[in-house]
Design a binder for this molecule. Structure first.
Ligand code: NAD
Length: 311
């Protein structure tokens, strides 16, 4: 068995590599351009079952080359991170669209089962929580600060289902809800690693807005084992799944818990969203997954609670 993981040196991808090395006999190829991923995320893996190829998902021939001979594909490579996306929205839009199209096109040749990583951001301005997969998405030019990312992910999903319907390509899509854990850095604006860095260095924890917005944090190890299982499950083909922990927490409470767990003397400060991002926009107030379909399909949902995530 040969498995391709695009974005395999990134945060989630590198945990998926670990999971496959530990629980399967598969040979693994990682395709990554190391833009946000790091070699150090997979350096600890000494197995000759792992091959790393530096390359760009936007390059069709590179993608064709690595897809050839693969028995399964996990497509995780994408332009991600708040800062990267708001600095150049159109570039991230192009990368995420063309990368996914290249993967699906190449996978179609041998009908290689393909997992596509999407995001809770496709729910846009949807206000009713929890979000279930059948809900109408409310995107549009002012959907959120990360409109280009949300739009690309929504289009990636549609493209994946198009390949499923028109070419019988076995695809599974998952919408990740704030995945967190070891190897995630605060460099691209992720809240937990940022708070932990601030708490450990005694700086104030910077909460954007009034901090009453809620998010559902999900441990990366839960996420990758579920992703792996979904692509093994034929019933999941042609469908989309929320992957998240249905236990939302406010950002204020999260800041307090980080201070408590790290034993830090840091204070909590609030800064307006507009000041933090230097752009005008609306953040979704609440984000919480409905995981009924996931539970029904594979019989489980992410299980690590926030204490398990933070410690
Ligand atoms: P990450 O930045 O750590 O991983 C992305 C990987 O893709 C990196 O290794 C990066 O170097 C690689 N990459 C980027 N552009 C590339 C290109 N043009 N060619 C080849 N490789 C490229 O981020 P992550 O958090 O591990 O995200 C993985 C996937 O999960 C992404 O598709 C992301 O949109 C999705 N996702 C993540 C979260 C989360 O909470 N972390 C939430 C929703 C969706």
């Amino acid at each position: 068995m040969r498995v391709l993981i695009t974005g395999g040196s990134g945060f989630i991808g590198s945990h998926l590599v670990d999971h496959l090395i530990d629980t399967t006999d598969a040979d693994i190829i990682v395709l990554d351009d190391f833009s946000t991923g790091k070699r150090s995320n997979i350096e600890h893996i000494k197995s000759d079952r792992l091959t790393v190829r530096e390359g760009d998902i936007r390059d069709e021939s590179t993608v064709r080359d690595v897809v050839e001979g693969a028995d399964a594909i996990y497509h995780l490579a994408a332009a991600v991170g708040v800062k990267k996306i708001i600095d150049d929205p159109l570039d991230s839009l192009r990368t995420n669209l063309s990368g996914t199209e290249n993967v699906l096109k190449a996978a179609e040749n041998d009908k290689t089962p393909t997992f596509i990583a999407s995001s809770s951001e496709v729910y846009g301005k949807t206000k009713d929580v929890p979000f279930d997969e059948e809900e109408d998405r409310v995107l549009g030019p002012t959907a959120s600060l990360r409109w280009s990312y949300a739009t690309a992910k929504a289009a990636d999903e549609s493209m994946a289902f198009g390949y499923y319907r028109e070419y019988d390509l076995p695809v599974v899509v998952a919408r990740f809800f704030n995945i967190v854990g070891p190897r995630q850095t605060g460099q691209y604006g992720m809240v937990i690693p940022t708070f932990i860095d601030q708490a450990l260095s005694g700086e104030p924890l910077t909460v954007y807005g009034d901090g009453t917005q809620t998010r559902s944090f999900t441990h990366v190890r839960d996420a990758v084992s579920i992703v792996y299982e979904l692509l093994q499950t034929e019933e999941a083909y042609g469908d989309v799944y929320n992957i998240g922990t249905p236990e939302p927490i406010s950002i204020n409470e999260l800041a307090r818990r980080v201070i408590e767990i790290t034993g830090s003397d840091s204070e909590i400060t609030h800064i307006p969203f507009e000041q933090a991002y230097k752009k005008d926009f609306e953040e979704p107030l609440h984000r919480e997954p409905d995981v009924t379909k996931l539970k029904k399909t594979i019989g489980r949902i992410p299980e690590t609670d926030l204490n398990g995530i933070l410690t």
